[in-house]
Design a protein around this ligand. Structure first.
Ligand SMILES: Nc1nc2c(ncn2[C@@H]2O[C@H](COP(=O)(O)OP(=O)(O)O)[C@@H](O)[C@H]2O)c(=O)[nH]1
Ligand SMILES: [Mg+2]
Length: 304
């Protein structure tokens, strides 16, 4: 069992401050494109914007409401750590439970009286997140693991980056200021290789592919076509947002060991699912991928 890590700081570090001063709402001028027009028109957008297919970035609030979506599978002992440092900007917490057999739901309700509990419709972290995104009502949606490995205080850093003009704030453990105590050597190697493959395929400069701490404006859901149920969710999400032309900025994040219990991820089984997601998404996007390098003069840290 690992000792709880509740002492890590949530201060916006120098990098985030740099990002904040570099970006304005005018920084991202090109309208994002849906992943594939046929797919987009065939499905109802999860959160319709005033003009379907376009983002009204200038109408985004300076003081957004923030929904935190927390997938849980038997995390009763970890939830107190996961939720203890939520910043004040958080207005809604949605726990998406995957048929936990412990007291996960009771603990969540005890920790936060206003928590919204949603049951996942299919099995898997990806399926759970899809349910949470559909239920979220905040201007911004944050993805947060329930195992105590993420410092909820960092949410403020993600929100600052979004308010400064990004569409999607993508956590990275491999930027200066980030780090991980939870990655095994195998997972780190696998993540590095898969990140390289996705960077080649999507013409991105991601430093971290398989990380679950991310935040985005809810109006981007119309472009976020995930449709995968397992741990390949982050890979699919990162490829889809790159291909849609959304403005993605990486945010340094520190990952700690889960406090109690073991990971549900199996390196080989889920690594293969990630590979499958890369191939599948790359094939889907062959025809529709925009050139993400064409408009990246600013800001320096935009990665897609
Ligand atoms: N609802 C739901 N949550 C899940 C499922 N599998 C994993 N999770 C949650 O997803 C988060 C990350 O899972 P974890 O096992 O720690 O994977 P790792 O961080 O990649 O090692 C945790 O909050 C888990 O409780 C699932 O099938 N359903
Ligand atoms: Mg974990």
């Amino acid at each position: 069992m690992n000792s709880p890590r509740i002492d890590h700081t949530g201060c916006v570090n120098q990098q985030s401050l740099t990002t904040r001063t570099e970006m304005t709402a005018d920084t991202f001028e090109s309208p994002p494109r849906p992943l594939a027009a046929t797919r987009f028109h065939g499905r109802q957008p999860a959160a319709a914007s005033p003009q379907p297919g376009r983002l009204s970035r200038s109408r985004r609030p300076r003081n957004p409401t923030v929904s935190v979506v927390v997938p849980t599978l038997n995390e009763a002992r970890n939830l107190p750590y996961a939720l203890c440092r939520l910043p004040e900007c958080v207005t809604e917490v949605i726990v998406v439970d995957g048929r936990s057999v412990d007291d996960t739901i009771e603990v969540a309700q005890h920790l936060r009286a206003d928590v919204r509990v949603v049951r996942e419709e299919r099995k898997g972290k990806g399926a759970a997140l899809q349910c949470g995104f559909a239920a979220a009502r905040g201007d911004i949606i944050v993805m947060l693991d329930a195992d105590g490995s993420a410092d909820a205080a960092e949410i403020q850093r993600f929100v600052d980056v979004l308010v400064a003009g990004a569409d999607f704030a993508k956590g990275s453990r491999f930027l200066p200021g980030g780090g991980s105590e939870d990655l095994t050597v195998i997972r780190q190697l696998g993540n590095r290789c898969l990140t390289g493959v996705v960077n080649l395929v999507c013409q991105t400069r991601y430093t971290d592919l398989c990380y679950g701490y991310n935040a985005f404006w809810r109006d981007c859901l119309q472009f976020i076509d995930i449709e995968v149920d397992g741990f390949e969710i982050e890979t699919r999400l990162n490829m889809v947002i790159a291909c849609s032309g959304l403005a993605v900025v990486e945010v340094p994040s520190r990952e700690f060991c889960r406090v109690h219990g073991h990971s549900n991820l199996h390196a080989v089984r889920d690594g293969l699912r990630v590979l499958g997601a890369i191939v599948g998404t790359a094939l889907e996007n062959r025809a529709g991928r925009p050139s993400v390098r064409s408009d990246e003069a600013r800001p320096l840290r935009r990665v897609a």
